[in-house]
Ligand binder design. Structure first.
Ligand code: ZN
Length: 428
């Protein structure tokens, strides 16, 4: 077992690649089989036993239709009913746990065995290859969970490779300032950068302002926050390379990768991605089921993100389900005084307003919005007026009071995420 595990991620990659030639019906059959195995494992947990009995579900014969009737698992339930100690009691395997940064509230722990972690690495490698990462590429990750970099090979890594710059793996903490990070990147010469889009935009702006370049960077891999179109444009022009997007979470690993047609594709071996409560535009809440996590099964887990389903099949020809856009977290939605909900897209983005380095919109009350900004010398009174005008436009004639507050540094959540929009009203 010990010897076979390092090869397991490659087997996972090969298996997903083979599935690219399957038809949608065989993919569903394959997922149903995998789902039943997960349900069988879940049946050991008192919480799931009760839920399955209540919904009249037999893990051995559950169909996709029966599965979609299972209640949505919330983070609170996971925190209450899935104590870490429980998993250690029921298995003799060596388990490892990872904890959330708590960027969205209380931290959460996910427990996995060795094989499950290796599977996750295989899925990540598959996604990385689809996004254009090559085997010998040197990768630098800035901020976020170091487990991503570990899964991309840093775990079995020797410092000699780092010194030679072959298949090197570097991690930079976001607590450093942008100038320091730019210097380190110039020294590391990575081919691939992994970071949060808000940080990449900040770094891109710095490179542009100081007429600097990072010529070795061939690919930028963004994730963890919504990649807004203006940020994408800024990053691509500042670095002179393309930005690819991924949809991942610490609870379930990589869930979707972006194809060459800018659609996000789910990975059928890893998860079942459902979009529930869809509006007329096809935007709804993501409910996700892991098909590989048996130690701590996550079945119909409401992850709190909103995503837009694709109305037509993707021209790239991959039969995996396609999504158009990640809309953001459920509480990125602003609530208007009339009760109507509005996406940040209605306000648009502020990055193209002169003088704005970074910004954050916080809705304190339905009719009160605060906009925190980090500015540079180009910021003028006209920029303030433009911010207010755009928020007002998004409110579609409803009353709103807008405060524009200057800050030297915007506060990032634990884990480094900078949420562009937070509604304190929507969270209640
Ligand atoms: Zn595609």
């Amino acid at each position: 077992m010990r010897l076979r595990v390092p090869l397991y991620p490659f087997r996972v990659m090969a298996s997903i690649t083979r599935r690219e030639w399957d038809d949608p019906a065989s993919i569903i059959r394959f997922q149903t089989e995998r789902l039943r195995k997960v349900l069988r494992s879940a049946n050991r947990l008192p919480y799931y036993r009760e839920v399955f009995a209540g919904c009249n579900i037999d893990p051995e014969s559950c169909t996709m239709e029966q599965f979609s009737r299972l209640p949505i698992l919330t983070k609170d339930v996971v925190q209450q009913h899935f104590p870490e100690t429980y998993f250690r009691q029921v298995t003799s395997e060596r388990l490892r746990s990872i904890r959330t940064s708590g960027s969205t509230g209380t931290p959460l722990t996910i427990v996995m065995n060795r094989r499950e972690r290796a599977f996750r690495a295989g899925v990540l490698w598959y996604g990385a290859r689809k996004l254009g990462v090559r085997y010998l590429d040197s990768i630098c990750q800035i901020g976020g969970l170091p487990s991503t970099l570990r899964a991309l090979g840093a775990e079995h890594h020797s410092s000699l490779l780092n010194r030679l710059g072959i298949r090197a793996r570097y991690y930079l903490d976001m607590k450093h300032d942008v100038a320091y990070i730019a210097d380190r990147l110039s020294a590391f010469k990575p081919h691939v950068l992994i970071a949060l889009p808000s940080f990449l935009a900040l770094l891109g702006q710095y490179l542009r302002d100081h007429h600097r370049a990072l010529p070795t960077v061939r690919l930028i891999w963004s994730g963890g926050e919504v990649l807004m179109p203006s940020s994408r444009q800024l990053i691509e022009s500042a670095f002179g390379c393309s930005v690819v997007n991924m949809y991942s979470s610490f609870e379930l690993g990589l869930m979707a990768y972006e194809c060459t047609n800018a659609h996000l594709h789910s990975i059928p071996d890893a998860t079942i991605l459902e979009v529930v409560n869809r509006n007329a535009d096809g935007v709804g809440d993501v409910v996700v089921t892991s098909l590989s996590q048996h130690t701590m099964p996550l079945i119909r887990y409401g992850i709190g993100d909103r995503i837009k389903v694709s109305s037509s099949p993707c021209p790239c020809g991959v039969p995996f389900e396609a999504f158009e856009d990640i809309e953001g977290r459920a509480n990125d939605l602003l609530v208007l005084p009339s009760g109507a909900r509005m996406s940040w897209r209605a306000i648009g983005e502020f990055r193209n307003i002169p003088g704005i380095v970074q910004y954050q919109i916080i809705q304190r009350k339905t009719d009160h919005v605060q906009v925190y900004i980090q500015k540079n010398d180009h910021f003028t009174e006209a920029s303030v007026c433009e911010i207010k005008r755009r928020v007002q436009r998004g409110y579609r004639g409803e009353l709103v009071h807008v405060d524009v507050i200057e800050k030297t540094l915007l506060e990032r959540a634990p884990g480094g995420k900078l949420r562009a929009v937070i509604s304190e009203v929507g969270m209640k």
